[in-house]
Design a protein around this ligand. Structure first.
Ligand SMILES: *Cc1c(COP(=O)(O)O)cnc(C)c1O
Length: 410
């Protein structure tokens, strides 16, 4: 039997506990959705205000040089590189994850001209699949997208496969691939591998270099706490930089943007991946978020995350025995930083829970998703979340018709 007192003791012993005070979380809320939109770092509003008033307001265009705006994306990219085991200069920050997928899938197909298949998983995040479909249609329909069922990726990879595009941690189930093993197996068949780190960067240890990954993309607004719609990142293995050809060739990716030449010449290295003018007002909060993530040892983050996933599962089972089916794999090495449970009325149950100040989210068709963000989440809050859920299930509060009304964002 778990008690709240035991969880409070874990909080007192938690080396990451001081990070909570670095974020502005509203009182009375248990936030279990930092994997979808990370919370606001306390340093962010002041930093944005300073950039707007001083760097933009007073510095005007001089700030591109004087305030270092022109190098900001590179600086943030090098910070993210440290979080995902990438060499400096091999991560660029630009655009959205969706657009970066397009850029890298295009580059991958160019590197494997004789191969016409993109392999992914049927339960991959839809934008990844939509981008692949759009690119294939744009290229004239000569490319095919082959979707594997969960667990069957390698059966789908053959000598026709140009690139294997996978989410490292599945957004809906939390299941996590063995990045090094899958990368090796796919490369042995001649394919390139592109990892989507949306639910990995800042949440689980990732070593792109050790895994010998070819490409990766990821989000800035999830575990990196960069704010809604923060710029995304992309990774290209250093040995692929020289031959890299991206399908979007903009002036800031040119070797000499201010020479204003007529012919496109790619900038060396990954600099060509920054296509157009970087969104400074969005990069500033991302820099704050990445800086915070770099302060926290990822091994501590992972250890607390695994413990919190296991505890939340046990606490919910204790508060509402048999009410839910666990979807997230029960093996620590096989899951990311979330707990997903299924229930036939998952949407209404989650709305009832949010009404009590416990914020998780719903993923169709039947999943309650609880994101675990060790920098902000205390152990005692797990108790409070499970207790609230227990009351909702015991009283049937979720049956209130107002909880069945579907909103645009679930
Ligand atoms: C959140 C998420 C995205 C989001 O893409 P955007 O272009 O930022 O909207 C992409 N892929 C995965 C796997 C995600 O979880």
């Amino acid at each position: 039997m778990l008690t709240r007192a035991a969880l409070e003791q874990l909080d007192r012993d938690d080396p990451l506990a001081p990070f909570r005070g670095r974020f502005a979380l509203p009182p009375g809320v248990v936030y279990l959705d930092g994997n979808s939109l990370g919370p606001l770092p306390r340093a962010t509003p002041g930093r944005i205000a300073e950039v707007v008033a001083r760097e933009w307001g007073e510095g005007l265009i001089r700030s591109w040089n004087d305030a270092g705006w022109i190098d900001l994306a590179t600086r943030v990219g090098d910070g993210i590189a440290q979080l995902v085991g990438a060499a400096p200069g091999s991560v660029a920050v630009a655009d959205s994850t969706s657009v970066n997928l397009f850029k890298l899938l295009g580059a991958a197909l160019t590197l494997r001209p004789g191969r016409r298949v993109i392999v992914s998983e049927r339960d991959n995040f839809p934008t990844d699949l939509y981008v692949a479909q759009g690119l294939a249609a744009f290229l004239g329909g000569r490319h095919a997208i082959r979707l594997a069922e969960p667990g069957g990726v390698m059966d789908a990879v053959g000598d026709d496969t140009a690139v294997v595009m996978l989410s490292h941690v599945n957004y809906r189930t939390g299941a996590m691939h063995d990045m090094a093993a899958v990368t090796r197996a796919a490369q042995e068949r001649g394919a390139l591998v592109l990892w989507d780190l949306a639910h990995s960067a800042g949440a689980v240890p990732v070593d792109l270099s050790a895994a010998d990954a070819d490409f990766a993309v990821g989000c800035g607004y999830k575990f990196l706490n960069g704010g809604p719609g923060a710029p995304a990142f992309l990774y290209v293995a250093p040995h692929l930089h020289a031959g890299l050809r991206l399908p979007i060739t903009g002036w800031l990716g040119h070797a000499a943007p201010f020479a204003f030449e007529v012919e496109y010449r790619p900038a060396p290295g990954l600099a060509q991946a920054v296509v157009g003018t970087p969104p400074i007002l969005s990069l500033v909060p991302l820099e704050v978020g990445v800086g915070l993530a770099l302060e926290a040892p990822l091994s501590d983050v992972r250890a607390k995350s695994l413990r919190q996933v296991a505890l939340l599962a046990a606490l919910i089972e204790q508060a509402a025995p048999g009410a839910f089916r666990r979807v997230t794999p029960d093996v620590p090495a096989r899951h990311g930083s979330q707990l997903c449970l299924s229930h036939p009325d998952a949407y209404a149950v989650m709305q009832a829970l949010i009404d009590q100040g416990v914020i998780g989210d719903f993923r169709a068709p039947d999943i309650l998703r609880f994101g675990i963000t060790p920098l902000t989440l205390s152990y005692a809050e797990l108790w409070d979340a499970a207790a609230a859920l227990g009351v909702i299930m015991a009283e049937g509060a979720w049956r209130d018709p107002r909880f069945a009304v579907r909103r645009a964002v679930t």
